[in-house]
Design a protein around this ligand. Structure first.
Ligand code: ADP
Ligand code: MG
Length: 344
């Protein structure tokens, strides 16, 4: 007798959820990324917590919304509107594409989704409630165009994962960091983040990097940065970095990178930034850097990491060189730096 069985849907969804939904911040990331992919201009993130956990996450957007048919498909595993064939994986332009996030979130929490398709002639929006992956109800509701997702009781049915959640303060700080990164990578979208009904920060969606940095970190900090702009080899770089002589940190805590609008972490690009500073960087110190790289999507493989935190670059060395040159040129053109340069 064989001992192998093919796992049932519920078990599969719990395994998948384990990869995608590590903590409350992962839920926020996936919901906000869906709003961005849905062409939202405004995204509101509301958080509520009691003394032990983040109890409610609500993400509301004014994006394209969904039909009733799609609103039910959202929660199916591998259901996505973003790709349809293997060749689509070669050049992904959206943040999502696996069709796993909503199914994973719904498997380990209680979700209420209210959505209304943009331009729809129907007066009503559609409300879908789903608990632990089980559909509870699907009804008509009144709501503006766009989508609102409420997630409650995260990990209520996965005690092992719930036990590993840190204090509310720690979980909140992960969420804030995530929203800040998303707002920094999507400057044409207005973000507002509220905790217990109180506004934490708001960006205006006017496209300005400096304005988003000022909204998140304060205007004084934003003034200490130098712009980086231009195409260097195969990479178009834009952003802001610490002006030499300004305060630097001993850790790379303010390193914000996005490649083709996907916020990611990359040690190799971080290295390239420091190389660009060269001798302008005091030993052991890290500048702040807010950089957007535009690279031909065919040279970027995003299908590497379950949460897409890292990407693989097919011509990494060339990208590093481009970033290094961009940083070097920005610093050597910087008026403050030129002013302190000895006369030639
Ligand atoms: P993916 O983003 O990888 O496609 P998700 O599970 O995150 O997978 O979402 C499944 C699908 O649900 C998306 O492809 C999209 O069509 C739809 N969807 C999810 N969130 C939204 C939203 N906020 N607005 C419009 N459509 C959405
Ligand atoms: Mg998604």
């Amino acid at each position: 007798m064989g001992i192998i069985t093919v796992l049932d849907e519920e078990t599969i969804s719990h395994i998948a959820a384990g990869e995608v939904v590590e903590r409350a911040a992962s839920v926020v990331k996936e919901l906000v990324e869906n709003a961005i992919d849905a062409d939202a201009h405004r995204i509101k993130i509301e958080l509520f917590a009691d003394s032990t956990a983040v109890t409610r996450i609500i993400v509301t957007d004014d994006g394209i919304g969904m039909s009733e048919e799609d609103a039910l498909l959202v929660f199916r595993q591998h259901a996505t509107s973003k790709i349809s064939r293997p060749s689509d994986l070669a050049a992904i332009a959206t943040l999502g594409f696996r069709g796993e996030a909503m199914a994973s979130i719904a498997a380990v929490s209680q979700v209420t989704l209210v959505t209304k398709e943009r331009g729809s002639s129907s007066p009503a929006a559609c409300r879908v409630t789903i608990h632990g992956g089980e559909l509870i109800e699907c009804t008509a509701a009144g709501a503006p165009e766009g989508t609102s997702v409420l997630v409650e009781g995260l990990f209520y049915n996965t005690p092992a994962r719930r036990k590993f959640q840190k204090s509310v303060a720690t979980e909140l700080s992960h969420i804030y960091d995530m929203v800040e990164r998303l707002a920094l990578a999507h400057r044409s979208i207005s973000f507002v983040l509220l905790y217990q009904g109180k506004e934490r920060f708001r960006t205006y969606g006017n496209g300005s990097y400096a304005d988003v940095i000022a909204a998140v970190f304060g205007a004084t900090f934003a003034k200490e940065l130098v712009p980086v702009e231009g195409t260097y080899g195969l990479v178009k770089v834009s952003g802001l970095i610490t002006r030499p002589g300004s305060e630097m940190k001993t850790t790379p805590s303010r390193f914000y990178l996005s490649i083709n609008h996907r916020q990611i972490s990359s040690r190799s690009i971080q290295w390239a930034v420091r190389e660009g500073y060269g001798t302008l960087l005091p030993k052991g110190m890290y500048p702040a850097a807010f950089l957007d790289l535009a690279i031909d999507p065919r040279d970027v493989d995003v299908n590497v990491h379950p949460t897409k935190k890292e990407v693989r670059l097919s011509r990494e060395r060339d990208v590093q060189r481009g970033v290094q040159d961009a940083v070097y040129c920005a610093l050597h053109d910087s008026p403050v730096f030129s002013a302190t340069k000895p006369a030639e």
